[in-house]
Design a protein around this ligand. Structure first.
Ligand code: HEC
Ligand code: HEC
Ligand code: HEC
Ligand code: HEC
Ligand code: HEC
Length: 176
């Protein structure tokens, strides 16, 4: 008359619980620790290492000089990296793609360039000029607080500052 649940040995019940917990943990790790759209980079470059006072303490302009005058900030040539990495961590496997790209003295050399993926590009219909903004006194970290996990730029992040600074909010100044 009534539904009688099948008898399960306590060890089986524990086994099922552990299995369920393992599946949930894996789902969590997959969904929550991998940021959406995180691009695959040719090697694990870290801004934190290179700009920290106890690292190589580099200024942004050493690698992105164009941000001070041009529309695009640009990305550094592999030769810039090799200036240091011929001597710093010369045998580190993480730097093999760099030697492959730019170091003819290295056995791994293929002349295959480093193809960096952009994390937060603007849509192609937007007009943005770095030089205009740096000349107006804005520093890199106002718009790039953490370049290692750069968030996408939004229209409201542009407009908030344009309103504060009494700069244009005409649609067609930003929209091509
Ligand atoms: C040693 C050279 C180097 C230095 C110094 C450096 N960068 Fe970069 N930067 C790179 C490389 C390589 C990339 C491409 C790989 C990446 O995105 O991490 C990059 C990418 C970026 C990006 C692109 C993010 C996107 O949308 O993909 C921003 C923004 C940026 N850097 C800002 C800065 C700022 C701000 C500083 C100073 C605090 C700085 N960088 C210092 C080498 C450098
Ligand atoms: C001014 C010197 C200098 C330049 C230029 C430079 N690096 Fe480095 N790099 C360092 C130093 C210092 C370290 C930390 C070394 C250590 O851990 O002992 C480092 C560490 C690294 C590491 C190991 C991972 C980490 O973050 O500790 C990678 C990968 C790397 N650099 C890639 C690059 C790439 C790619 C470029 C060019 C875009 C570059 N570096 C340009 C000095 C430099
Ligand atoms: C007013 C905001 C703002 C300031 C200030 C700013 N940037 Fe940017 N940056 C942007 C935007 C928006 C993009 C995306 C541009 C695109 O995709 O066309 C960008 C893109 C970049 C990129 C990716 C490569 C490229 O050429 O687009 C780098 C590198 C970068 N900025 C570095 C810097 C550095 C270094 C400074 C300081 C000298 C700086 N930026 C100052 C807003 C800013
Ligand atoms: C931190 C403040 C700030 C942010 C953020 C900012 N801007 Fe600006 N923007 C300015 C200032 C200040 C000027 C005026 C520069 C001048 O007077 O030459 C300007 C000027 C401009 C101009 C030229 C306007 C004209 O009259 O021709 C364009 C286009 C522009 N910004 C687009 C953008 C876009 C797109 C974004 C977002 C991705 C953005 N800006 C984010 C401060 C900002
Ligand atoms: C200061 C620069 C700036 C101005 C001024 C501006 N926009 Fe934008 N707008 C942007 C940026 C940057 C994006 C892209 C944001 C993104 O990719 O999420 C955008 C995206 C949009 C989108 C697409 C949104 C989406 O979700 O795809 C629309 C629609 C839009 N803007 C309408 C307007 C209208 C209408 C005006 C005038 C009232 C205007 N914008 C003025 C910078 C601007």
């Amino acid at each position: 008359m009534f539904y009688k649940p099948p008898h399960l040995a306590p060890s089986t019940v524990w086994g099922l619980c552990i299995l369920a917990a393992a599946v949930l943990t894996l789902c969590y790790l997959y969904a929550c620790t991998r940021r959406p759209h995180e691009p695959v980079q040719p090697l694990p470059f870290s801004h934190a290492t290179h700009t920290a006072a106890d690292g190589s303490a580099m200024d942004c302009r050493a690698c992105h000089a164009a941000a001070h005058h041009a529309a695009g900030a640009g990305l550094p040539a592999a030769a810039t990296c090799l200036d240091c990495h011929r001597h710093i961590l010369p045998a580190d496997p993480r730097l093999l793609p760099l030697h492959a790209a730019a170091n003819p003295d290295h056995p791994a050399y293929t002349a295959d360039p480093l193809r960096w993926a952009r994390k937060a590009p603007l849509p192609p219909y937007i007009h943005f000029h770095h030089g205009q903004h740096t000349a107006a006194g804005h520093s890199c970290d106002e718009c790039h607080a953490d370049p290692d996990s750069q968030l996408p730029h939004t229209m409201s992040s542009c407009l908030d500052c344009h309103r504060r600074q009494n700069v244009t909010t005409n649609c067609d100044r930003c929209h091509k």
